[in-house]
Design a protein around this ligand. Structure first.
Ligand SMILES: O=C(O)CCC(=O)C(=O)O
Ligand SMILES: [Fe+2]
Length: 319
């Protein structure tokens, strides 16, 4: 299955080679739908296979075993397992279960910081997730160098600012097979931060609301789907698009996906870029929200969003 979305080879960004062509491709994709695939990322197929196998073993466990690492045990670090229906992305329960992870560090007093919860029953999952977080952080920094170049900025613009101490969230989702009348695996939403790098298994399900209507973003072997989030939309005054997307697993099989979220530092404020290229005339966002009106930190923004999809967050993290 092909896709209308472009595939961009990011290997020059990782190798430190001349990246003018890549930057132009990134610019075109970000102005169009904010979605593209990346190839040439260098992430080992073996690491991906190990993580996939151990994640499948985890989701096959009985519910009571999975609940041993439920988010209720994650506290303010906001980590762990949630069962099918536990997240309400667009106000209704999603048809997915999943595990939340984040950067592995001692709690620093800020919400969402702390240690991960890993299952004793599948000990190899923890090692592959931690390795994956490190590897994907490198890939994300490289793609952000391309984004910086594409905006006419110094290639280290983000690495020395917004992503010097990035907010990193990682999730593994399991979507049971679902028919059209059963609802969405993930309801329509945009991502909150700078960049999402999504690994999908072989089963399609992701749909993107492009300017031409809803299009599929099926898995393409050896690639990640890359999409930009609300903070790049906000930084560029809407020139780069944070585009709504949703998931329905109509494959008839168990679908796993692995979104890695690479976002500004918790305390970063995200005003429009000084060198903002072109404003595109105050295009209204899909949900009517005016991102320019939000003047708090990225941490404030993230909490306000996550508290909507996980009503329990307020009690566990904020109070
Ligand atoms: O599972 C997918 O394919 C996409 C998930 C997603 O959009 C998200 O977690 O933000
Ligand atoms: Fe998303």
């Amino acid at each position: 299955m092909g896709s209308e979305l472009p595939v961009i080879d990011v290997s020059p960004l990782l190798a430190g080679e001349s990246a003018a062509t890549v930057a132009r491709q990134i610019e075109a994709a970000c102005v169009d739908s904010g979605f593209f695939y990346i190839s040439g990322h260098g992430v080992s197929a073996d690491l991906i296979a190990r993580m996939d196998v151990s994640a499948r073993r985890f989701f096959e466990l009985p519910l009571d075993a999975k609940m041993k690492i439920s988010m209720a045990h994650g506290g303010r670090a906001w980590r762990g397992f949630f069962p099918v229906g536990g997240e309400l992305t667009s106000g209704r329960p999603d048809l997915k279960e999943g595990i939340y992870f984040g950067a592995e560090r001692e709690p620093d007093g800020r919400p969402l910081s702390g240690r991960n919860l890993f299952p004793d029953e599948v000990p190899e999952l923890g090692a592959s997730v931690l390795r994956y977080l490190d590897v994907m952080t490198e890939v994300a920094q490289a793609v952000m160098r391309g984004v910086a170049l594409s905006l006419g900025l110094d290639e280290d613009y983000f690495a020395t600012g917004y992503t010097a101490d990035p907010t990193i969230l990682f999730r593994i989702f399991h979507y049971p097979p679902a028919s059209a009348d059963e609802g969405w695996g993930v309801g329509e939403h945009t991502d909150y931060g700078l960049l999402t790098l999504l690994l999908q298994d072989d089963n399609a399900g992701l749909q993107v609301h492009s300017a031409r209507g809803w299009i599929d973003a099926p898995p393409i072997p050896g690639t990640f789907v890359c999409n930009i989030g609300d903070m790049l939309d906000k930084l560029t005054g809407g020139h780069y698009r944070s585009t709504p997307h949703r998931v329905r697993n109509a494959s008839g099989r168990e679908r796993l996906s692995f979104p890695f979220f690479f976002d500004p530092g918790w305390d970063s404020e995200v005003p429009p870029l000084p060198s903002r290229p072109r404003l595109d005339g105050g295009r209204a966002r899909w949900d009517g929200q005016d991102l320019r009106a939000f003047t708090g930190t990225y941490g404030d923004y993230l909490l306000s969003k996550v508290a909507k999809v996980f009503p329990q967050l307020r009690a566990d993290v904020l109070d």
